[in-house]
Design a protein around this ligand. Structure first.
Ligand code: GLV
Length: 342
């Protein structure tokens, strides 16, 4: 039996693969990585199951691999498969962190290099959230193009004076040219939906895909796309991939949608482009400094803003949590997790 730290409550049943292990669930978890490092040092877990808003940096990894578990310290709350035992005393026994399982496909919250250097496995949850995230990307494509958020806000606030020929004029989605930045599983799922809307689908990725619609030059694709949807992981290369210059390359009638990671867009530049009418609209689910939202984005016209909910269906979040638990259980049993990151 190994000690497992789960950084927040997960959907019912999703921790079954870890049954038999000593599971501590932090509830609620809203602290930064230095506080998490403290908990990890105290608890000395062999596995951590975390979510994308837990920063698993070198400090946390070090705490798990060099900390020895200080006897008699309190953790925030303790739950062993459903039984809450508040303020339980934990006893360190010198065990060592072996695996970090992220309940997310994106893993920019984890310093994988630091983990690998210390022999800690890292795994994620690819494949189970693509369709659900593509649904939400399409919801943003439709909502931003057709201005549904501002129209509904007017209606609710009593500002709607009745049908008008020129009321809430937006951009057509059907027949539009869609430019996908990145062409992984979620982008392909968006492309499948786009075909049902008679859209022309283009895509750009670092390596040629061999699929019709591939454009090696990102700027050329941005220049001819009516709608641009971002599907790249966050990395040094993709940070601010959409910046002032690329926004200027886009059509003034263009709609930008982001369901990947906030920092791939320069939010200040996007807010300026929207305010000055240099692009038509934006639909965002992710932000540079979540949960803070850039104040100029909040004020920008033609903007649909959602609270990072791309994979938020009950079925998908349960599948993600279970997959992460399976990864942790595999590592604890000495088997390589199915979705190991290096
Ligand atoms: C969600 O944003 C994920 O990366 O799983």
């Amino acid at each position: 039996m190994a000690r497992v730290l789960v950084t927040r409550p997960l959907p019912p049943g999703s921790l079954e693969p870890l049954e038999g292990h000593d599971i501590t669930i932090l509830d609620p978890w809203a602290a930064g990585s230095s506080a998490l490092a403290e908990v990890v040092r105290d608890l000395a877990p062999e596995a951590i199951v975390c979510t994308l808003n837990d920063r698993i940096d070198a400090g946390v990894i070090d705490a798990g691999t060099t900390g020895r578990g200080r006897p008699g310290r309190q953790v925030l709350g303790r739950q062993v498969l459903g039984q809450q035992v508040q303020g339980q005393q934990v006893q360190g026994d010198g065990s060592r962190l072996r695996v970090v399982a992220n309940v997310a496909v994106g893993y920019d919250n984890i310093d994988v290099a630091a983990a690998s250097a210390r022999g800690v496995l890292v795994c994620n949850t690819p494949g189970v959230l693509d369709e659900t995230t593509a649904d939400l990307a399409f919801a943003l494509i439709l909502a931003a193009s057709r201005r549904t958020s501002e129209a509904e806000a007017d209606l609710r606030a009593g500002r709607w004076g009745g049908w008008a020929l020129d009321g809430y004029l937006g951009r057509d989605v059907h027949g539009a040219t869609l430019g996908l930045v990145g062409f992984g599983r979620t982008a392909r799922a968006v492309a499948r939906r786009a075909r049902g809307f008679s859209m022309e689908v283009l895509h750009h990725s670092r390596t040629a895909t061999g699929v019709a619609g591939y454009m090696a030059d990102l700027d050329s694709m941005l220049a001819i796309s009516d709608i641009v949807s971002l599907h790249v992981p966050l990395s040094i290369e993709t940070h601010h991939i959409i910046d002032t210059r690329r926004l200027a390359v886009m059509k003034p009638s263009a709609v930008l949608v982001n369901t990947s990671r906030g920092p791939v867009v320069d939010e200040a530049a996007l807010a300026d482009a929207l305010a000055e009418g240099r692009i038509f609209a934006a639909g965002l689910d992710v932000y540079e400094n979540e949960p803070a939202i850039h104040p100029r984005l909040l004020a920008a016209p033609h903007t649909v803003l959602l609270p990072h909910m791309g994979s938020a269906s009950t079925a998908t979040r349960t599948a993600m949590a279970r997959m992460a638990a399976e990864g942790a259980a595999d590592a604890l049993a000495g088997r390589p997790p199915a979705h190991l990151l290096r």
